[in-house]
Design a protein around this ligand. Structure first.
Ligand code: ZN
Length: 150
């Protein structure tokens, strides 16, 4: 299990202990729920999208540190962005956690989200890291049914 120390970087620990944008959102016009039954992670996202901008985004959830820290960092990363830019970030993040290290040249553009690059070595954890992002995509594409990583 070497490498777990790298996986649980300080940033991930911090965002799990003190999640940003946590709680329900009054006036949300996009809501989606995500479920990772493999690990027991659950995420519910609330977005207020207006004038082609994600004006506010909050989440509720429970599960492992990776899933909750990823949701916290995701909300911080996409708030104030257009839905199209948020979906581009989804693609970049998904590529980073599923590609070989040398294929992840776009990791620098991801800023703090690059903290999750280490999960690519742990296939089961990739679903934990991606859960919030899959849920975000469902919310932006108005898919009301719950998304599941299975
Ligand atoms: Zn998990």
């Amino acid at each position: 299990m070497s490498g777990l120390g790298e996986l649980y970087q300080q940033l991930i620990i911090d965002h799990n202990r003190s999640p940003r944008n946590f709680g329900p959102l009054d006036g949300a016009n996009r809501v989606a729920a995500g479920d990772n039954p493999l690990c027991g992670d659950k995420i519910k996202l609330y977005l207020k999208v207006a004038n082609d901008v994600i004006e506010e985004i909050r989440f509720e959830g429970s599960g492992c540190a990776i899933s909750q820290a990823s949701a916290s960092l995701m909300t911080a990363a996409v708030q104030g962005k257009s839905p199209a830019d948020a979906l581009s970030l989804f693609t970049a993040f998904h590529g980073m956690v599923t590609s070989a290290p040398d294929a992840a040249g776009n990791a620098r553009a991801l800023g703090k989200l690059a903290a999750f690059a280490g999960v690519r070595a742990f296939p089961a954890r990739v679903k934990c890291a991606n859960l919030a992002w899959h849920t975000l995509r469902a919310a932006l594409q108005n898919q009301p049914q719950a998304v599941s990583t299975e």
